[in-house]
Ligand binder design. Structure first.
Ligand code: NBY
Length: 819
């Protein structure tokens, strides 16, 4: 590795020639008339030439060395923009900036031309992206398998404060410069039809699926570039196309629409990402997406395995398949089907392989998010898979009977098939039964998975349920997004911390160094200014960077309690206007969040925050002390300017509801102090930074449980707390919706008469008090700087490199392979 982590010789003249060649031959532009977008596309194509070469070379090396690999199956990879990040991984950022400058182009401006590939909803999809980055950085052989959605997560705008969704054509008209189509990897996927029995040549009774239709899976590879090495792994995304795109005879008969039906149906499969997070909707097309993803991916894994000269019997020794939540669960019966029906294995042989190949990550305990599919739907779309699921369950029930003889209660609870008016397949149960490892995503969450979600499974399969605490990549989430802080860190601890985040602990000894504190806070100020400029340019709101920047960015969900944040804001508003003795340091509350399009209350909360913002930001009486900004279309590229600019990080879910959180880690690394509940990874963050450097409030998991068991009454808090009452009553007036009283009442209604399912009112008083403490401590800038520095210094546990090493050592048994 040479300077800047560069892994190969950079030939500036050749690179510039490649850019100009793409400009003219690929995009039909000239140096004189090219738009910034033309330049960005041409530059991307020139860079992709390098990464594609390394991708193929890595593929060949791993095949010839017969290396064990992990296959990460996920319906979502929220990768964000690739160009800047890949330049950093390739060690070419400065060289390419200089080369483009000579061509009259500013690299920073060109990078802004890239649309975010938003192929995920939130934490789960972003985690998959961080994991791919960490696999490549540490050279653990890996392939990511996902879907090539034509449209990513919807674009959000606000019309009179309400969320409006629009399709996200992330590839634009020209296509995405980093992706490469791999026609030779095309797969054929069957759907519908029936199962028939037959006797094979050897006289065995066999079964086979006679499909009703087939579609094609086209592979698109995105390069996952290893930081500071030459390994490039594929993120392989499947696009669904019709096998028979066009019925020529119907067309010739004049039936122009009917001629296209097959293409229309197949084209729908990967048309758009489902916009739900932590909610199972059970749509047939979603099941088709899931099966299409799994069938293509399993077939490709087998193809790779066999093409490298390996025996099918050795599959579990050389390949492991990680299921990112239950969304790709149907891969399990699919692999069983292929091994039994196509490779003619016995059930026991096939089961031995399957149950040692798959591992499953659980990301949620929320009952409404646990996937079930109706037996009737699976039966119709995937009849052979339904048979196999029944057989897995039958054998499993015999095992349960052995452990708990005659106990029908426990059988009902553990069965993969949920009985009822409509029988349902429980995907999580299928996963626990069929995999060799099941992990939660933070210590607390994994304990709750064992204690509350799967206690009997934990008894039945001791050791199978385990924990891997989430992490985030320090390349994107410090080095790339916070260059000021990165330079400061490198100066103190050397420049190899992005690959070895343990090194960042070296900052701890500068926490009390006043000169360092000042430089650290100066960087924070610059980052706040960068955000303030963005907000001013895009939203026309002026912010004072001396104010506390208090940020909550994540999907909008009741359990994440953006409405608790809102109630606090309303309480400050009330106090500023009614209590002459009340004093506060100026504060800016910033939100970013998309609501699932069908989630009415989530949309009401967005509307309410927007309406409060409109009023508050223009209310002279507040003396500029209170500002509220809801940034539209929150996405990875905005996250990259939001995390570095935060003073306070809001992680305020009801205890026991947020599996881990990963934004909490990104904030803390970038020097924001957390106000948070004892939930998810907040618990472990507190262990790392110490109680003095994090603001913990609210009920604990067991207290939440106890309060609910006793019969929680939100009115008790309403009557007892006049500030809470004042805040809630504001929602009933037309204070923020002049002339339209009651437009915000749904939230109040939900909290009072709706039973307040997430205990917002129960945690309100402690939340307010903790914010007062934050206000007081912020005024002492030295102490604040010390705490912020310690947050950066003590976050090394939360590098996704550590998470991936945990998976590799404890679950996958995977070794790095160096190029
Ligand atoms: O996964 C999140 C958890 O809420 C968060 O606590 C955790 O840090 C993160 C990574 O482990 N879960 C999440 O983001 N879930 C989804 O986005 C999601 C998406 C689709 C569906 C369900 C959940 N679905 O059923 O379609």
């Amino acid at each position: 590795m040479s300077k800047n982590g560069q892994t190969q010789q950079f030939d500036k003249a050749a690179f510039q020639a490649a850019v100009e060649k793409h400009l003219t031959t690929t995009y039909a532009a000239t140096v004189e008339n090219a738009t910034p977008r033309n330049w960005y596309m041409a530059m991307g194509k020139a860079l992709a030439e390098i990464s594609t070469g390394n991708l193929l070379a890595t593929e060949q090396q791993l095949a010839s060395e017969k290396a064990r690999s992990v296959n990460y199956l996920s319906l979502e990879f929220l990768i964000g923009r690739l160009t800047g990040n890949n330049l950093i991984s390739m060690g070419l950022y400065e060289d390419v900036a200089a080369a483009m400058e000579e061509l009259g182009q500013n690299l920073t401006d060109l990078l802004e031309e890239e649309r975010d590939p938003a192929l995920g909803n939130g934490g789960l999809g972003r985690l998959a992206a961080c994991f791919m980055d960490s696999l490549a950085a540490q050279e653990y052989p890996a392939v990511g398998y996902g879907l090539h959605y034509e449209y990513g997560l919807f674009r959000q705008s606000f019309v009179d404060g309400r969320q409006v969704e629009a399709p996200d054509a992330w590839r634009g008209i020209e296509g995405y410069p980093w992706e490469v189509v791999r026609p030779e990897l095309t797969q054929h996927v069957s759907l519908y039809g029936h199962v028939e029995a037959y006797v094979d040549d050897a006289g065995n009774n066999c079964r086979r699926w006679v499909p009703g239709m087939t579609v094609e899976g086209i592979a698109w590879d995105l390069p996952i570039v290893g930081y500071g090495n030459n390994s490039v792994y594929p993120l392989r995304l499947w696009e669904c196309r019709s096998s028979a795109p066009f019925n020529l005879s119907r067309f010739n008969d004049g039936d122009y629409v009917g001629a296209q039906y097959p293409a229309l149906e197949a084209g729908n499969v990967t048309k758009v990402l489902y916009p739900n997070d932590n909610h199972d909707q059970g749509k047939a097309l979603r099941l088709m997406q899931q099966y299409f993803h799994c069938a293509c991916s399993v077939a490709d894994i087998l193809r790779r395995h066999l093409a490298a000269g390996n025996k099918i019997e050795d599959l579990a020794a050389l390949e492991t398949i990680q299921l990112n939540d239950t969304h790709p669960t149907i891969a399990i019966p699919e692999l069983m089907r292929v091994l039994i029906d196509d490779f003619k294995m016995s059930w026991d042989q096939a089961w031995e392989i399957c149950s040692h190949t798959f591992a499953y990550t659980n990301h949620t305990l929320l009952p409404e998010a646990l996937e079930t599919w109706s037996e009737a739907l699976i039966q119709q779309m995937l009849p052979r898979h339904m048979e196999i699921i029944f057989e897995i369950n039958h054998r499993f029930m015999l095992q349960v009977e052995k452990t708990w003889p005659g106990n029908n209660e426990v059988k009902r609870k553990l069965s993969i098939i949920q009985e009822g008016p409509q029988r349902m397949v429980r995907m999580a149960n299928l996963c626990v039964v069929s995999t060799y490892a099941v992990n939660g995503v933070a210590a607390l969450h994994s304990e709750l998975v064992k204690r509350d979600l799967f206690p009997e499974f934990n008894e039945l399969f001791p050791g199978r349920l385990t924990n891997v605490t989430n992490g985030v990549t320090p390349r994107r989430w410090i080095k790339y997004c916070n260059p000021g802080l990165s330079a400061l860190i490198s100066e103190k601890v050397g420049d190899d911390w992005p690959a070895h985040l343990e090194k960042i602990a070296g900052l701890e000894k500068f926490a009390d160094d006043e000169a360092f504190q000042q430089r650290y806070m100066a960087v924070k100020k610059e980052n706040k200014q960068r955000l303030a400029d963005w907000i001013n340019e895009n939203m026309g709101i002026e912010l004072d960077t001396n104010a506390i920047f208090d940020i909550q960015i994540k999907r909008l969900h009741e359990y994440k309690r953006q409405h608790l944040n809102l109630l606090h804001i309303l309480s400050l508003y009330h106090r500023l206007l009614n209590d002459p003795t009340f004093d506060m340091h100026p504060r800016v509350f910033i939100f970013g969040a998309k609501a699932a399009p069908g989630y009415a209350l989530a949309k009401d909360i967005i509307f309410a925050i927007n309406k409060v913002a409109e009023k508050v930001n223009n209310d002279e009486r507040l003396g500029g002390k209170l500002k509220v900004v809801f940034i539209p279309d929150y996405r990875v590229s905005l996250a990259e300017i939001l995390f570095p600019a935060a003073d306070v990080s809001e992680q305020i879910s009801t205890a026991g509801k947020e599996a881990s959180g990963t934004g909490n880690m990104k904030f803390a690394m970038n020097g924001a102090l957390t106000i948070g509940t004892m939930d998810g990874a907040n618990v472990e963050m507190r262990e790392e930074v110490g109680d003095d450097n994090i603001f913990i409030f609210g009920l604990l998991v067991d207290e939440v449980q106890k309060l609910k068991n006793e019969g929680y009454d939100p009115y008790r808090y309403y009557h007892a707390d006049s500030l809470l009452r004042a805040a809630l009553e504001l929602l009933n007036t037309d204070e923020f919706t002049p002339g339209h009283p009651g437009q915000l009442a749904a939230i109040r209604q939900n909290l009072l008469d709706g039973g307040d399912p997430y205990l917002v009112l129960a945690d309100f008083a402690d939340y307010v008090k903790t914010h007062e403490e934050i206000d007081a401590q912020y005024r002492d800038q030295k102490t604040w700087a010390r705490k912020a520095i310690l947050n950066t210094a003590l976050m090394s546990k939360f590098s996704s490199d550590r998470s991936i090493r945990d998976y590799a050592n404890n679950i996958w048994k995977l070794e790095p392979v160096k190029r």
